[in-house]
Design a protein around this ligand. Structure first.
Ligand code: SF4
Length: 185
């Protein structure tokens, strides 16, 4: 999850900052964790950073193995928002077996390997026919056990609006059916 922070002049970190025009503020985009940058150990990367990230990866990889990772594109449209909410709801309903995984993180080699080891199965949900998630997975060589493209599945057009309660429920039921099939619950 990306969040924008505003930091006063002089207090911003030395990375990822943009000066705001005519203002005394800087916009800094931060990912939810430090893996937004490729910290894969390689020549030239500071040893201290490698050690720090290695510790982070190590801690992460000690965690339990999940039965299912759900990836969604979090698209800015009715089906995208519905999918996001449905995935959160399904995670809340099945916290022992399901986890939302970070779709953009498949481009990070360390995260890619970690994902392969951390879940038995993967479900990918794209919200429209552009299929961004599928293209990213294909490019990176990540496989899935089930795939959904919601506008085709529901036979609806992509709408750049917030979803109705009815659409949210439809999307939830569609994704839930796939999840139940994968978990056989
Ligand atoms: S698949 Fe469609 S809704 Fe999802 S990120 Fe791509 S353009 Fe947006």
């Amino acid at each position: 999850m990306v969040q924008a922070l505003r930091l006063a002049d002089g207090s911003a970190p030395s990375w990822g900052k943009v000066r705001r025009q005519g203002g005394g503020w800087r916009e800094v985009s931060l990912s939810g964790c430090g893996l937004a940058r490729d910290h894969t150990p390689r020549p030239g990367l500071k040893q201290t950073l490698v050690a720090a990230i290695g510790l982070h990866w190590g801690n992460t990889m000690e965690k339990k193995r999940w039965r299912l990772f759900i990836y969604t594109c979090f698209g800015g449209c009715a089906t995208g928002v519905s999918a996001s909410k449905a995935c959160i709801r399904l995670w809340e309903e099945n916290p022992e077996h399901i986890k939302i995984a970070c779709l953009p993180a498949v481009i990070i080699p360390g995260k890619f390997k970690e994902m392969l080891k951390s879940a038995d199965k993967r479900l990918l949900v794209d919200a429209c026919s552009l299929r961004c998630g599928a293209k990213l997975f294909e490019r990176e060589g990540m496989t899935v056990d089930e795939y959904l493209e919601l506008t085709s599945q529901l036979k609806i057009k992509k709408e750049r609006i917030l979803p109705s309660a009815d659409l949210q429920e439809q999307v939830y039921q569609v994704i839930k059916t796939e999840v139940q099939g994968l978990l056989r619950i």
